[in-house]
Design a protein around this ligand. Sequence first.
Ligand code: ZN
Length: 304
Amino acid sequence: MKEHVIGIDLGGTKVEACLMDGSRTLLERRRVFSEPGKGIDAVIDTIVGLVQTVAGGTPVGAVGMGTPGTFDAEKNILFGSPHTPVYETPGFIARTGERLGVPVVVENDANCLALAEFYETCAGTFRYVMAVILGTGMGCGLMLDNRLYRGPRGGAGEIGHTSIDINGRLCTCGRRGCAEAYLSGPCISSRYREMTGLDLAAADIGKRYDAGDAAAAALLDESCRMLGEVLANAVNMLDLEAVILGGGVSNLPVWYEKTPAYMRKSFFGPPRNEVPILKAQLGDSAGVFGAAYLALRELGVMDF
Ligand SMILES: [Zn+2]
């Protein structure tokens, strides 16, 4: 008999849920506003209501949930969610699980994305893969030897907060020169504004690049070089076989044109010319798919 599960992708603005069966077929999905500003009780009500709607009476064996930050199961608290501090309320996950009446498995949203994209683009081809998410921040999930690597405290993969310049730009985390302080969408916009006085989203800077704008060309070429260095650091340390780029900012074609050559220049050790930079395929569905996979693992249907 096939088991059914629910995957939840909890974001600062929206929460999405899906119903999936044991063969990873998507049966239903729905997205509503998460409204963290209304407090944790309202957020729990929203999640529970959404799960009931999406399940539509189908018995569910487990729920997987992707969240900002990291879940400390021992202390039963989320931490590292600075944009949505209300999710750090003690007991939030436990209360949600009690209301739902099934096991709830929680994982960082970047790890959920990495998991889903790994199965979509790499499973069967590569076993050691890093998925980097370029968006409002810079996150990362690691699949090492076909296993999701989260570290003993769930804190692995914070590549956005590895420094590429000790005298560099101040990051939101307080450190200088973090990769995120250059390569997140808002930081690309800030750097372009400092060069030109124009306030544009990263996607629009990408369009200007395509149209031959000199400032956009200088900025994005430098950004590709930075990204190449960051990725090479990870490849050199972990001997990765492939890198996946996801998140809204990963849609700029320039990353795939220029970053591979910069990355290869900084490789060390065995020949690694064939480490491809792959574009994520699932778009904003990745989070909710990865969350459902967590639940399928909980039921023993998947193994990673
Ligand atoms: Zn930082």
